[in-house]
Structure formats: C-alpha cells, structure tokens
Write a protein that binds this ligand. Structure first.
Ligand code: NI
Length: 183
C-alpha cells in the first residue's frame, strides 16, 4: 500500500524520531516497512524514512540494488533499518548530488563523510554492526538525517541555501510539483 509523502515545511520532518522497542519482531513495523517500500518505488526513490510518511520513529528503508550495474556489490542492497545508530564517520568527505522525495524539484551537491559505521536492527530485529562506504553510506546518511529532524538542504552552504530560499518557502504554500501523492 502506498502512503502520501510529507513535504518540506511540515514540523514532522523537523522532530527527532523516537527509537522503537527493540524486543520481539513488531508485525506493525514490518507491515509499515513494506508500505514504505511500496511508497518509495511508486515515487521512484532509493530511500525513504518514517518521518516522510508522517511517523516519528527510527525506521528507514533503502533499495539501491538498481545501482549494481556499475557497483556489483550493491546487487542485493534492499534493506530495512530499525533504530540505526551511526557511531563513527570517516574524516574523508566527498560531494554527491542528492535529492529527496520530501523536497521535489531540488537537487544539490552535498558534502558528507565517505565511510560510516552503524549499528541497527533489520526487519527480523537481528542486530548488525556494519561499515558502509560510497553510495551506500551516502544514502544511509541522508535517511539517517531524517530521523534526526534534518534534511539535505541543511547541509548546504548559507549561500546555496539562500539561493534556494524561494523554492523552500514555496513548499509550505503548495508551490511544487510531485509525480506522487504528497501531504
Ligand atoms: Ni530524503
């Protein structure tokens, strides 16, 4: 089932999301993750965080398996991340062009660490402690920001942000185009 996507300007995207109880598998959470994948695919995104469908919980989904064409190790990279915690980031950084389903029409080069280490639970609530690098680390950090109440434009220089001011203010007034359901 697809869900409407929350657009920039909503306070939901600015809250720090709450951890989920980390005991047994929560079927409601598993169902929600499935709906988030449906929503993400319908909107042609590669990642989606729970605040983007209106829930302030620490959950995001990513599918970058289509990128396996030029990065074979991403072949099966369709994952659910519950209660993720990035506990290490590399000093090495690079720029990569990002967009966000909550900010339709905006794409900007964003500076981020190249490599991260993260603990999280998967959809079976199995704990993992893993290092990610390159584009996987990139998408994870973008989604992780959503759980912290941040969006990628927060990471731009003040000059870049001021150039986007009009567009950003337009979201709350409904001045944007999205080819998917939004709220
Ligand atoms: Ni996003």
């Amino acid at each position: 089932m697809t869900l409407p996507i929350v657009v920039y300007g909503s306070p939901i995207l600015r809250n720090r999301s709450e951890a989920l109880p980390a005991g047994e598998v929560d079927t409601e959470v598993v169902k929600l993750a499935g709906d988030m994948f449906d929503t993400m695919y319908a909107a042609e995104g590669v990642g989606l965080a729970a605040p983007q469908i209106g829930r302030n919980i620490r959950l995001f989904v990513i599918d970058i398996s289509p990128w396996a064409d030029d990065e074979p190790e991403l072949k099966d990279f369709k994952r659910t991340f519950i209660n993720p915690e990035i506990y290490w980031s590399s000093e090495e950084t690079d720029y990569y062009n990002e967009g966000c389903l909550s900010l339709p029409g905006i794409n900007e080069d964003v500076l981020r660490p190249v490599t991260i280490k993260m603990r999280y639970l998967d959809e079976r609530y199995t704990p993992h402690d893993e290092e990610f690098t390159g584009r996987a680390a990139r998408v994870i950090q973008h989604e992780y920001d959503h759980l912290e109440g941040a969006v990628f434009t927060d990471r731009l220089t003040p000059l870049r942000r001021s150039l986007l001011k009009r567009k950003l203010e337009g979201f709350a007034k409904g001045k944007y185009f999205a080819a998917y359901r939004t709220k």
